[in-house]
Design a protein around this ligand. Structure first.
Ligand code: TYD
Ligand code: MG
Length: 456
């Protein structure tokens, strides 16, 4: 008998290797390869044709009539917004986020609210004992919500219970990494276990119309731990972001088969759980009277809502020859390197002998490309040690040529900024001011530097 083939599967990216290695050749993760039995090879000869023997599919036109299932409100307008308008029955949603960010809290609150609204809701915790969850529910003021609670890790037990009980509208699994499928060998949390458990739970959602929400842990580098394949299997992937030391949390959709991925939900962590923040535009601003060098306000656009964020840059001069540090919180470090290069090549400003630190205030992560101009303004202001005048905002995308490109929805950004008392905008050329807010157009990074240096 042939020996079963062995292979080594990376627990970070799911790629299979014939040989063990210390580092995954695909994703570069260290010590992530684990031995697994390879699936039995199906005999297949080149003579075999797949053109016969199957069932003929009924091909349909794109405009065939469809019945859209009614979406279920979760009791949190901000969660509904991130989901694209509520939970779609029969869908599987993955919610990722750092440990302690508030995933369990958010889902227990949503479960409680849905149960109070008369929907059947089951909450299965694989991480905490039932008493711990009850204690949290009491603290959240949800002790009387008719949520069906279980502490379990066996997918078979969970699905058996689901099949024998009443129909549920929502099943929360906290977390998928603790679940175990007995169809397969291996400890919970390994790629194959997570994949098998998720597959069965997603299958259950599709067959019964119950929404399944899976909580997924996130590794240090921000990926949902274990397989990225999980992201392909579910209908929607939401990330719960924020700094644990700050109060605000953003729920961001990175994939949604039933809606857009541009809307975010904004929450604040309070002593009695998560509270919604329906109007987040001024959350990430710092109140101060005198302007400080290196601080610039950027009107970011999150979905359809403007959110003003203070970006802070600090440069520290080093003796020549030392390697300067670049540290970034809340923005892309590759993009920072690019902007520093553009400022050097197109505006003649050298940061080579300076350490550069960049921070987005309030623990928000900025991904709007129009942040370039605000970051550049912060860097230049820090380097020249010249504050940007108070009540000034900056936005626009910067090209490698040093030109400043128009940003989407400039009107919306300006209107919200004017509402919050800003009076001047460093913006791409051809941006029109709105009532009370004048535009100082900058066509290139050179023009921006001249304005900040006070030459224009
Ligand atoms: P949790 O939901 O357990 O995070 P996750 O499931 O993502 O790991 O959140 C735990 C944190 O939230 C914990 O550090 C305390 C804080 N918290 C509050 O501030 N207020 C509350 O009412 C609750 C329940 C938690
Ligand atoms: Mg948790």
């Amino acid at each position: 008998m042939a020996r079963p083939q062995l292979r080594y599967v990376c627990q970070a990216c799911g790629s299979a290797q014939p040989k063990w290695a210390g580092q995954c050749p695909d994703c570069g993760e260290w010590n992530s390869l684990q031995q697994e039995a390879a699936p039995a090879a199906t005999p297949f000869s080149a003579k075999h044709s797949l053109k016969a023997g199957g069932q003929k599919l009924a091909m349909l036109p794109l405009n065939a009539s469809i019945e859209l299932p009614q979406r279920l409100p979760t009791g949190f307008a901000e969660l509904d917004r991130a989901l694209g308008g509520g939970l779609v029955p029969g869908s599987a949603v993955l919610i990722g986020g750092d440990p302690g960010i508030g995933k369990s809290t958010l889902l227990l609150q949503a479960a409680g609210r849905m149960a109070r609204a008369g929907l059947g809701v089951a909450y299965v915790s694989g991480e905490e004992a039932a008493d711990q969850v009850r204690l949290r529910a009491r603290r959240l003021g949800l002790a009387d919500a008719p949520v069906q609670l279980a502490a379990a890790t066996s997918v078979r037990d969970i699905l058996t219970t689901m099949a024998s009980g009443p129909a549920y509208a929502l099943l929360v699994i906290d977390s998928i990494q603790t679940m175990h499928s007995d169809q397969l060998e291996g400890a919970p949390g390994t790629v194959s276990q997570v994949r098998a458990a998720a597959l069965e739970l997603i299958g259950f959602a599709k067959q019964t119309g119950t929404c399944v929400i899976l909580v997924g842990h996130v590794t240090k580098d921000g990926q949902i731990a274990g397989p990225r394949v999980l992201e392909h299997m579910v209908d929607a992937v939401l990330y719960f972001e924020g700094e644990r030391s700050h109060q605000y949390r953003l729920l961001r959709a990175v994939k949604n088969r039933f809606g857009g991925t541009d809307e975010i939900g904004v929450f604040a962590m309070e002593s009695d759980g998560l509270a919604e923040v329906p109007n987040p535009s001024s959350l990430f601003l710092t109140q101060r009277d005198a302007p400080v060098a290196g601080a610039v306000v950027f009107p970011a656009l999150e979905g359809t809502r403007p959110v003003l964020v203070e970006l802070q840059a600090l440069t520290v001069r080093l003796p020549s020859g030392a390697t300067p540090r670049r540290a970034v919180v809340g923005w892309d470090s590759g993009r920072l390197a690019m902007l520093l290069a553009v400022l050097e090549a197109r505006a003649g400003l050298s940061f080579a002998n300076h350490e550069v630190y960049l921070n987005a205030a309030g623990g928000i992560r900025v991904i709007d490309p129009a942040a370039d101009m605000a970051v550049a303004a912060a860097l230049v202001s820090a380097l020249l040690d010249k504050p940007v005048p108070t009540a000034t905002i900056a936005f626009g995308e910067i090209a490698l040529s040093g030109e400043i490109r128009a940003a989407a929805h400039a009107g919306l950004r300006l209107k919200e900024s004017a509402k919050l008392g800003f009076t001047r905008a460093l913006a791409p050329p051809d941006t029109r001011g709105v009532g009370g807010l004048t535009v100082a157009p900058c066509a290139t990074v050179g023009a921006l530097v001249d304005r900040l240096a006070g030459k224009q």
